[in-house]
Design a protein around this ligand. Structure first.
Ligand SMILES: Nc1ncnc2c1ncn2[C@@H]1O[C@H](COP(=O)(O)OP(=O)(O)OP(=O)(O)O)[C@@H](O)[C@H]1O
Length: 341
């Protein structure tokens, strides 16, 4: 087995029958006038029933592309390879009718910036009711009762059903979007930077709300953020993505406290200071930006920013290999890391 093809519990040989989401060697490449942009390059992840998986990485690492691929929301210019299994069924092989039935009812997605997900000229209650009326054989009165219950679950009073999106605060709008995501009791919620547009206090409330609701309803969660600390608080496993690949994966507390990959360390804010502090930006102590996927460096894509890179790192891309109990990392220098600390 190629070490880059299967990670997560699947790599440890655990049964896969319970996985709500399973990505197998997912590739996504955008066709552009300037050539192919390989945004996701061979990602495999397994999310068991009730599991909460956090996916971290800086802007441009491919997180949103991966999230959109799960529900086939990518633009036409995207070419997809590999398998995307939702409760064992390959999303890529579904016809449009099947896909419509699956969206909301079995998997729903919460994007950043609720304004993009809500129709500005429709009352929010009607918008929450829509997936219920579409997917379930219930009448308007029952749908309205469900809307009131959902609003209550996300901390809004039932009377808010009559409001238009612009009459609500940013946090309230995001609560409405979460109510929509929950409306048909899906097995999976994908939350892509769900709180980016909100202020810090509200962010914490919304993330806690998502965490509580998925736990209460036994929903699996794929939560995406550039902030490893936020994910560590709300997820049980973490995957760190860099330049379209998984750099590291493992139990959330362990990855956050002691990442095995230097990029994971940097995202956790525990990177040693390197380079000129004045030129630092992005994760603490980490200069520069992720590479342009259309022009990846030879070898490990992280090598140009890595303080422990050796010549061998610039020769071949490191495979994702075992890095402790239930942990994987794609770094041939992970043992040297302890010395470099
Ligand atoms: N429609 C597109 N056409 C061409 N390239 C794209 C397209 N969408 C995304 N990309 C490129 O694919 C790469 C991954 O982008 P993606 O948005 O998935 O990353 P991300 O980690 O989610 O970042 P962000 O948090 O900024 O959304 C980036 O280099 C981006 O420029």
């Amino acid at each position: 087995m190629n070490a880059s093809t299967v990670i997560g519990p699947a790599a440890a040989g655990e049964p896969t029958g319970t996985d709500v989401l399973r990505l197998e060697d997912l590739h996504v490449s955008y066709r552009t006038a300037g050539g192919a942009v390989p945004a996701v390059r061979g990602v495999s992840l397994a999310l068991p029933a009730g599991g909460r998986l956090g996916l971290a990485g800086e802007s441009g690492c491919g997180k949103s592309t991966l999230a959109s691929a799960v529900l086939r929301l990518l633009p036409r210019s995207a070419e997809v390879g590999g398998r995307i299994l939702l409760e064992g069924e390959d999303v890529r092989e579904m016809g449009w009718g099947r896909l419509r039935a699956v969206r909301w009812a079995r998997a729903s997605i919460v994007f950043q910036g609720a304004m993009h997900s809500l129709n500005p000229v429709r009352r929010v209650g009607d918008q929450i009711a829509e997936p219920i009326l579409l997917h379930e054989k219930v009448g308007r009165a029952e749908a309205d009762r469900r809307v009131a219950r959902l609003l209550d679950q996300v901390g809004l009073v039932a009377a808010r059903a009559g409001a238009y999106p612009h009459e609500l605060s940013g946090g309230q709008r995001q609560r409405v979007v979460i109510a929509m995501a929950l409306a048909c009791s899906p097995r999976l919620i994908v939350a892509d930077e769900p709180t980016t547009a909100l202020d810090v206090m509200i962010q914490a409330q919304i993330l806690r709300l998502i965490g509580e609701l998925v736990a209460e309803h036994g929903i699996s969660l794929l939560m995406i953020s550039h902030d490893l600390a936020v994910l560590a608080e709300n997820c049980d496993r973490l995957a760190v993505m860099y330049a379209g690949r998984i750099a590291e994966e493992g139990p959330a507390d362990q990855v956050f406290a002691a990442a095995r990959h230097p990029y994971g360390r940097a995202l956790a804010g525990a990177f040693p200071r390197i380079g000129d502090p004045a030129s630092r930006h992005g994760p603490r102590g980490l200069p520069g930006d992720p590479p342009d996927p259309a022009h990846l460096p030879a070898g490990c894509a992280f090598a140009p920013r890595c303080p422990i890179a050796a010549d061998a790192c610039r020769e071949a891309e490191p495979p994702l290999i075992a890095a402790g109990e239930q942990r994987l990392a794609a770094c041939i220098r992970m043992d040297a890391w302890q010395e470099a600390k």
